[in-house]
Design a protein around this ligand. Sequence first.
Ligand SMILES: N[C@@H](CCC(=O)N[C@@H](CS)C(=O)NCC(=O)O)C(=O)O
Length: 234
Amino acid sequence: MSDEMVLYHMNGSRSTRVLWMHKELQARYGTLPPLRVHVFNPEVFRETKPDWYLAINPNGKVPAFTHGRVVMFDSSAICLYLLQTFDKEGRLAPLHDPDFAALFYQLAFYCSGTVDNLTATSSPIQPVVAEKRPGDDEKNIELNHRAWIEQCGPLLVSILGTSKFMAGDAFTAVDVIAGVNMHYIHRKRGWHDFPALEARSDQVSNDGNIWKQKDKERYECNSPKPSALDTQAP
Ligand SMILES: N[C@@H](CCC(=O)N[C@@H](CS)C(=O)NCC(=O)O)C(=O)O
């Protein structure tokens, strides 16, 4: 199998989860193949997806990911694949521990399946909706904020308890998965309703220099001119 890994990415999107997980793994092992990043321009990508990309990801979203003959989509699923393939000693996700495994799997699916949608700009059914940025509609933002305050926020507080990091006293893959949600909740939407969650998210930013580095990192679009953008397969 070819070693090359490619991530199809949009700045400020959930594909950030994969970038961050790759960096955390690389920091711990130093032996991962490099990740080539193909960057889409959101203005163009939200309206229309090139055929070559739909052949890679018929779901038409970012992220998608290839590694040799592996082709897959969904941010948490790709993170799980990276962990299974490269975190052989469980340094980032100690999945041999059933308590950790249960928490991690539950949160990985819950975060990318439900919590992400509270701060999303696009729709899960983007190809069939006329409005391509429904998440930025004021009424939707208000409803999503209520869902955060009344449903998802309290649930995360009760699952995560009061530990220093998301899953205890050490930084783990849970901090990456849920940390992306926290980033969008606090920074993109400006919701500051659960101080315990925010304190932990700040803890990650303070201790986790990789997150800070990622935060500053903006990848250049592969083709900067919207008219010519992304028509070429990478
Ligand atoms: N559950 C998927 C959701 C992916 C998703 O919705 N991606 C958004 C960006 S955050 C997207 O591709 N939006 C552009 C569009 O739908 O046109 C995941 O976690 O990967």
